[in-house]
Each structure stands twice: as structure tokens, then as C-alpha cells.
Design a protein around this ligand. Structure first.
Ligand code: DGY
Length: 322
């Protein structure tokens, strides 16, 4: 394919944008304004390759008849914002960027876990508001991590990286629920206990961290019933996808003190944040920062670029989903 037309829907790191410009006839989004559904649908007819991110909804209506785009090269590992079935039905390939954001996302899971356990957001708000009256033995006492059970829901790459940090860095005990047991060597290293039942894990863990992919299969997995099953005084951490959690039920459990705290990086309808959470002190709220360090964001872009390049050269796509 001679210089294919590529549309990048948001600003990407400058290094990656330059590399794209050197190779392809690329339309960048200098203003970083999110494209509307009609603009995305039009793009399907005007470009050979679409490079969206999690902030774009590439649904069946956008894909439409898929007259021109042949590759959707997503900037990001999660792809629940893309109707992969509709793309496949139109013969459009879809790729993502696995592997390169594992450490960054595990770092954010630990950031949230520590912030929630040690009441860091609440403490910073108190200090900045001029409400801090000084050190005292009973002031803003949180939870220790050593010997506490970290229950991971889903045990892929990011969950394992999170477990390593929690076990080797903070002395936590590791438990997990997943479709299957992990590699025995990793299980031994982490002394990880496998729970075939989500509900048993929720009743056991002091901290629950979510690591399942988004999409229909996991929507509302942590619903009101699941939250009610969590250990009194436990914590919920979510760096996966917002729609996995019933946020009304979560806010209620935090408000009643059934849960001691929560740390969230993702929300059901970003950039909206569920109103019920905003007034609560015991929840840490981050704006989807999981992969947000410079090295990772460049690596994600270069991985997307490698997929576009393979497609243009007629080579197998390194990170093909569909
Ligand atoms: C992803 O890649 O899916 C993240 O949510 C964005 O960092």
C-alpha cells in the first residue's frame, strides 16, 4: 500500500507523531478535541487506518459499512470501546498495545492502594484547606498493608505485576480469582492462593483489586451483592474499567463505613465521575492515569505504529485482536 491515509484521533507523544509523519500520510489532531460520532463515522470512509483511543466510541454505527478503513490500530490495551465483532464482520482488522503499560498500571494500582489505606487524599485535602491542627496519636489513622490479603480479580499481566509489588514491596498476602490458575512458578513466587469463586475471594480479601477486561462479560461484576459480600472494613481498587463496578452501591458502602475506602482510576462514563463519590472522603479518585508516564505513553504509540507499519507492508499484525 502506497502512503496510506492514517487518522490519529487525539494528540499522541511528539516522538510518535513525528515517526508517524515520516512514514504515513497522517492527519493528527493538534487541538486534541475529541471527535464526535459523526466525525468518526466519516473518517471510516476517508482513511485507510483509524488510530483511536479509549476516549473514542467505535461502535457499529461508526463502523457502518466500513467502506475504506481496513485497520483500527487502537492506542491502548483495553478495547471495550470498539465493537470488535462489527469490525470483524466488515473485514476490518483491530490491534491494541499489550505489554507496554503493565508496570505503569500496576504502579497506579499500588498508588491507589497506598493512598486509600493511608488516607493520603483526605490528609492532603485537610492540610491544603488549613484544617490540620497538628500531630496527635489518633489523627487520620489508616490501615497497615503487611500480612493483609490482596485479592486480585483477574490474574493477567497487570494483576501479576501488582501482586509482585504488593508481596515483595509491602509484605501482603496474595489471593486471586480468575478463569484459570496461573503458571505454577509464578504462583509459588507469589505464594498466591487461587479462589475458583469470586464470592469467596471477596469475603476473604482485605483489599480487592480489579484486573478483568471491560465489556459485556464483566459489566457490573462488582454489583451491590458483591460489594455487600466484601469483608467489613476492606478496600476496593479499580484500575480496569468503570462499568465493572456498581458505583451507587460502592458509594453507599463507603458512606456507611462497610468499606473502609476505595481507590478508583476509571469510571463508567468518563470523563463524568459519579456524583455520589465526589463528596466522600474515603475514596481516592484519579483521572484515568494508569498508563500516564512518558516512557509508557511513547511505547504505546510506537506499538500502535508497529501495527500500522506491519499492515501497510502486508505483514502479520503483531497485536491483532480481530
Ligand atoms: C488502556 O490502555 O486500555 C488504558 O485504559 C489507557 O491507558
Amino acid at each position: 500500500m502506497e502512503r496510506p491515509k492514517v487518522l490519529v484521533t487525539r494528540r499522541w507523544p511528539a516522538e510518535v507523531e513525528q515517526a508517524l509523519q515520516e512514514r504515513f500520510d497522517v492527519a493528527l489532531n493538534a487541538s486534541d478535541r475529541p471527535l464526535g460520532q459523526a466525525e468518526l463515522a466519516r473518517a471510516m470512509d476517508e482513511y485507510d487506518v483509524l488510530c483511536p483511543t479509549v476516549s473514542d466510541r467505535i461502535d457499529a454505527a461508526v463502523i457502518g459499512e466500513g467502506t475504506r478503513v481496513r485497520l483500527i490500530a487502537n492506542y491502548g490495551v483495553g478495547f471495550d470501546h470498539i465493537d470488535v465483532g462489527a469490525a470483524k464482520a466488515k473485514g476490518i482488522a483491530v490491534t491494541n498495545t499489550p505489554g507496554v503499560l503493565t508496570d505503569a498500571t500496576a504502579d497506579i494500582a499500588l498508588t491507589l492502594l497506598l493512598m486509600a489505606a493511608r488516607r493520603a487524599g483526605e490528609g492532603e485535602r485537610e492540610l491544603r484547606d488549613g484544617r490540620w491542627s497538628g500531630w496527635r496519636p489518633t489523627h487520620m489513622v489508616g490501615s497497615a498493608l503487611r500480612d493483609k490479603v490482596l485479592g486480585l480479580v483477574g490474574m493477567g499481566r497487570i494483576a501479576i505485576a501488582t501482586a509482585r509489588r504488593a508481596k515483595h514491596g509491602f509484605g501482603m498476602r496474595i489471593a486471586y480469582y480468575g478463569r484459570r490458575e496461573i503458571d505454577p512458578a509464578v504462583a509459588t513466587e507469589l505464594e498466591a492462593e487461587f479462589f475458583p469463586s469470586l464470592h469467596t475471594l471477596l469475603r476473604t480479601a482485605d483489599f480487592v483489586s480489579l484486573h478483568v477486561p471491560g465489556g459485556a462479560a464483566t459489566a457490573n461484576l462488582i454489583d451491590a451483592k458483591a460489594i455487600a459480600e466484601m469483608k467489613p472494613g476492606s478496600y476496593l481498587i479499580n484500575t480496569a474499567r468503570g462499568l465493572i463496578v456498581d458505583h451507587e452501591a460502592l458509594a453507599d458502602a463507603l458512606d456507611r463505613g462497610q468499606l473502609a475506602g476505595a481507590g478508583l482510576d476509571v469510571y463508567p462514563h468518563e470523563p463524568e465521575v459519579p456524583e455520589a463519590l465526589l463528596g466522600l472522603e474515603n475514596v481516592v479518585l484519579l483521572p484515568h492515569l494508569g498508563s500516564a508516564n512518558a516512557e509508557t505513553r511513547i511505547a504505546m504509540g510506537m506499538k500502535a505504529l508497529a501495527n500500522v507499519e506491519a499492515f501497510v507492508n502486508g505483514n502479520p499484525l503483531p497485536d491483532r485482536i480481530a
